[in-house]
Design a protein around this ligand. Sequence first.
Ligand code: GAP
Length: 445
Amino acid sequence: MSQEKLTQIISLCKRRGFIFAGSEIYGGLSSVWDYGPLGVRLKKRIKDIWWKEYVEKRSDIVGLDSSIIMRDQVFMASGHLQGFTDSLVDCPNCKKRFRVDKLENVKGNIYSCLDCKQEIDIEKNKPRKFNLMLKTNMSATEDDPNYAYLRPETAQGIFVNFANVLNTTSKKLPLGIAQIGKAFRNEVTTGSFVFRMKEFEQMEIEYFVSPEEAKKFYEYWVEERYNFYIKRIGLKKENLKLREHTGDELAHYAKACTDIEFKFPFGWSELEGIANRGDFDLSEHARVSKKELSYFDSASGKRFVPYVIEPSAGVDRTFFACLSDAFCSEEVKGKTRIVLKLKPDLAPYSAAVFPLLKNKPEVVKLAKSIFCDIKDELPALYADTAGIGKLYRRQDEIGTPFCITVDVESLNDGKVTIRDRDSMEQERVDTTKVKEFLKQRIKFY
Ligand code: GAP
């Protein structure tokens, strides 16, 4: 099923306008993807829900939107220039390049090529370190370059603004700074759709706490974020699990890390990581910038460098998880029906309105007036470009929870047919009650 499901999801994304290959008319760009009209709607809903939960609804977390391009000193201090590397090896047979940690170990130093299955002896084919940072030149001339970097995680923008936020908000610890934004990595592993991209989006919180409270908040955030995916995003519990990192897996800055894994079409993989970064980042930035980045706790009279608990989620992986979790291919009356059973408030559109007879002006007029009334409050679309069967199939494929059909009978009895996406059951509802009907069933978070 897995490869077949992945192929079906990619095909649906392209066919319906969720995701396109980057620079597609020029042959595409490896591991770079563009979000189409439906994709941006779903992606924005994911980000809005996260932002509402952690910034709007809480007084211990504030928002930030820091720049993508940052000075090289930032990444010297953070350790990314030295330590943010993948170990790569070339297959002597097919010449393809792979991350050593992704190869299957046969025994000892011998690994198996992911593509041609040739044995790769790591002793003979020495792996090389490859830095994942993307570099850019800020100078007007090539002869006198002034290099800067595209951030590989939004987190560094938060650390360098820690003192600014503290001074301007007069907040006390525990204090979280949340940010949604792009991050860039020159990934070499390709072919996993939006799971591993060179340009992607993160939703990160750096939660600053006293060293004594770090363990308690680390445990709190693991549980909080796991529940978020079930309650707010609607992912199935059986598709999620927690996995704690072993010592040798930990990133250079982390004291502990737990991944929330999702069962993607190609298997269990990381959806989000929750790390205890200790005081690594603030201490290193204080050392390199020579600025004061400690915190004075007036209650205890102590000054200390805060520890940081970091729930770091990927927008694109959450998007992919939503599609994979919601994707269904079912047999209905001998035909295959593809349906995205998305949580209704995540769906790109809440409702679609169709006139059954597009040549009958009174039917069209009524359908358009219902559509206009709904779209003031809910994302809705109007469609009349195909027969009713095709229109239903299209809406099933993009996850629209309700379809509303206006027919000739509607002109007499003042009622329309509302069809439920998942059960395909239909009921007649008074035209004046359609919006209420939808609002009761789609609870926007
Ligand atoms: N600040 C910590 C950090 O960046 P990470 O585990 O490297 O930690 C956090 O990344 C999350 O960002 C991942 O769990 C994943 O959801 C997302 N992510 C990381 N690299 C990605 C990539 N190349 N493509 C898409 N999403 C990625």
